[in-house]
Every structure is written in C-alpha cells, then in structure tokens.
Ligand binder design. Structure first.
Ligand SMILES: C[S@@+](CC[C@H](N)C(=O)[O-])C[C@H]1O[C@@H](n2cnc3c(N)ncnc32)[C@H](O)[C@@H]1O
Length: 398
C-alpha cells in the first residue's frame, strides 16, 4: 500500500497516513510516495520502514553515507543542508507555538563542516560484528566508517576487530590533535592491541572503567582554552560548533559579575565566562569532571572560579551566594520543575539556557517565562545531518 509523506515529525521522520491512521516512516521526505513494511502497529499510529520509493520527493537527495538507509544515526542526510537547517528552525518554532510562546527563532548558526565533525563515536559489538543499531531496534548494522566522525576515528574503526571483542560496546573519543582514547565495555578478554597502539595515535585504553594503557584523559583545546577531559567526562561532540558556543557565552556574559554554572561538566562555559567576572561557581555531578574542572581553571589561569561536585537538585537550595547570571546546560532531560522554581525564586537577573533537546527546553521555558523574557534566541547546527539541534537562549528577569 502506498503512503504519501506529508511532513516531518520532531524526530526527523516522515509522517503519512495509511487507512486514515498516522504512520511514521524514518528516512522519508515530505513529497515522497513510498510503500512500507509495518514495524510497529499501535491503536493510534504505526511505524514503518521504506519498502520501495515509488516516487521520490523533489526535496530528496542521495545520502552520501552507504549505511544511511539502515543506520539509526543520521536522520537527515537525504535532504540538503539548507533544508535541514530550515527543518530545525521549524521544529523549534512549532514546539514554541504549541505552548503559546509567541517569540520565533529566526537564526541558526551553521557548521563549517557537514562531515568529519564528531569527536566521539559509540559502537555496539554483537557476535564479533561492530556497528550501530538500526532505527528503533537492536539489529546491528556493521560499519567500516562513520562519515560524520573524525577521520582518525574512522581509520581506527577498520582495525577494531584485532581487539577480539565478541559482545559489548566500544567508544572512541578524539581531541584537537586527533589523539584517540578507546573506552571498552565488555566481559571478553582483549586481543593483542599492540598493533593499534603502534599504528594509531592512541593515548589511552580504558576497559570496564579501568585504565589498561596510557592515560584516562586527554587535553582538548577550543578557542585557545585548554581543558583536561577525563574519558567519562562530557565534552561537546562538535568542536567547530563548540567554538561558536563559547563565543556566544563570552558575548552574553560580558557584563556579568557573579555566575552560577549549573551542569558545568569540565568547567568549559564557566571558564569561558569568567574573564571579567568577580566569581564563577560551577556544579556538576560526575566526580572526574569536577576534578578536571578544578584543574582546568588553573590551566587557564583563573583564580575566580570554584567547581563543586554535587547533584544540582540537592544543592540548589543551599547555594546562598547572590548571582546575577546563571548558565544552565542540562542533559537532554532538562531541568526539573523544583530546580527551576528555586532558580526563579532567587530572581537572578539573567539566565543563559543551553540545550540539546528542544522538547525539554520548551517545556522549561514555559515555566521560566512567567518571570523572564527572551532577549536572544539562536540555534546552533551542532549535530549536522541529524534531526538534533542545540539551542542558546538568553532570558532577562522582568
Ligand atoms: C550537556 S552537559 C553540559 C556540560 C558543560 N556545560 C559543557 O558544555 O561541557 C550536561 C552535564 O550535566 C551533568 N549532570 C547531569 N545531571 C546532573 C545533576 N543532577 N547535577 C549536576 N550535574 C548533572 C552531566 O554529567 C553533564 O556533564
């Protein structure tokens, strides 16, 4: 049965109707006419995969990745970069509209690289095959390379089989010098990895959270700020857009005096913001990341920053200093209602909310906007070729 795709949903999937029921079909484009295999059939909706493209949309282009049709990673490689940017703006604007936020985002900052931009890959290993899961399934798609990743990561992927891992997970991270850290989670005994070490710029191997070779961290450099990043600390996956994010943080904290940097990771944003400020306090839950952050302030010659290891939810009502600016850069789940209320009770002049998940950002904005107004809103194309997008919002107290 044929389905005409009428629009994209918030996950970058095409939406059509089959027998009056909504059907989501990943890897389709509005205007496509496709036949489908039904993968999930619920009362109110179905999810299908493309069986055949009967008539391609004018918006469709050939995806340059050989694994595109199966891999669950990139969702938007089959439309042009400018159409993908438009999609991201529309997606955020329609979420804002749904909760009656009248402001519209007009700007999205482009990434200078559409491939080879990612500094991290998480690969699944199943029965000795290494790759990604298919969309919405645990079927493994074996891969030899991932076009959006750093070329040095790709060179290493081809040789990973020497590790002899049958089942588990392998994460590869790279830094500005293309040094590589290999993070392995598996119960299998590792094969001889000497050839990998001799051939590639591997500076550390960690297996099941134990260091087995080299160092368990690397040094990252963005905009001439230096950061120690432990193997399990967060760092933005796109260094090119991370640089643009730093520029924004610097610009919008220029006149801030006391900054609270919640969800601070290895201290990046607080450190970037602390140039002219009196004081920065950063809060982060991962102990390694906080150790990194406290070293990073010294690396960057800062005396006015302090980073503490805590759960934001547990510490927020104990923070008594007065801040004029708060940076919020939470994980995808966003900020809880209780934490937002505590923050709002403190009547902090400016909130800078950075988010990689528009759904939770918009949910949180619907609370914040009772006391604040948006003074700047831009998107950043941090995750090129995927449906994901980073948001940067500056809010001023009413
Ligand atoms: C999106 S990252 C941002 C990190 C940092 N701002 C940066 O740009 O590198 C979110 C961070 O929040 C931390 N995190 C998650 N839940 C937390 C919590 N309840 N309290 C404090 N930090 C948390 C994560 O470990 C992660 O480092």
């Amino acid at each position: 049965m044929e389905v005409e795709i009428v629009k994209f949903d918030n996950l970058g999937r095409g939406i059509g109707y089959l027998n009056d029921k909504i059907i989501f079909v990943p890897k389709t484009v509005p205007g496509d006419i496709v036949t489908v295999n039904i993968k999930t059939d619920q009362k109110k909706y179905s999810i299908g995969t493309i069986k055949e493209i009967v008539k391609p949309s004018k918006l469709r282009q050939n995806a340059i990745c050989p694994y595109f049709s199966k891999c669950g990673g990139c969702d938007l490689m089959h439309i042009s970069l400018s159409n993908a940017l438009e999609y991201k703006l529309e997606k955020v604007n329609s979420l804002l509209k749904k909760i009656k936020i009248t402001e519209q985002v007009k700007n999205i900052i482009k990434c200078e690289k559409s491939i080879n931009y990612r500094n991290k890959i998480s690969l699944k290993v199943f029965n000795g095959e290494i790759g990604f899961y298919e969309n919405n399934s645990h079927n493994l798609v074996p891969i030899q390379k991932c076009l959006i990743c750093d070329e040095k990561i790709n060179e290493l992927i081809k040789k990973l089989k020497v590790l002899n891992i049958k089942n588990g997970e392998i994460v590869i991270r790279s830094n500005y010098k293309h040094e590589l850290i290999l993070i392995i989670y598996s119960e299998d005994e590792l094969g001889n990895y000497d050839t990998l070490i001799n051939e590639y710029l591997i500076i550390g191997i960690i297996k099941n959270d134990k260091l087995i070779y080299g160092d368990d961290y690397f040094i990252e450099n963005v905009n001439n700020y230096l950061f120690k990043v432990s193997y399990n600390s967060f760092f933005q996956v796109n260094p090119f857009m991370c640089s643009k994010l730093f520029d924004l943080v610097k610009e919008y904290t220029e006149y801030s005096q006391n900054i609270l940097d919640l969800y601070c990771g290895v201290g990046t944003l607080g450190i970037v913001a602390s140039n002219k400020t009196k004081h920065v306090l950063g809060v982060e839950i991962i102990p390694n990341a906080i150790k990194d952050a406290n070293l990073n302030k010294n690396f960057n010659g800062l005396k006015n920053a302090e980073f503490i290891c805590a759960d934001t939810g547990e510490i927020i009502n104990k923070i008594t200093n007065s801040f004029d600016t708060i940076i919020l850069d939470p994980p995808r789940s966003g900020v809880s209602h209780e934490i937002l209320k505590q923050i709002m009770n403190a009547k902090i002049e400016k909130i800078i909310y950075i988010s990689c998940e528009p759904q939770t950002l918009v949910r949180d904005l619907s609370i914040i906007l009772s006391d604040y107004k948006i003074s700047y809103f831009t998107l950043l194309d941090m995750f090129v070729n995927t449906e994901h997008v980073e948001s940067f919002v500056v809010l001023k107290h009413l």
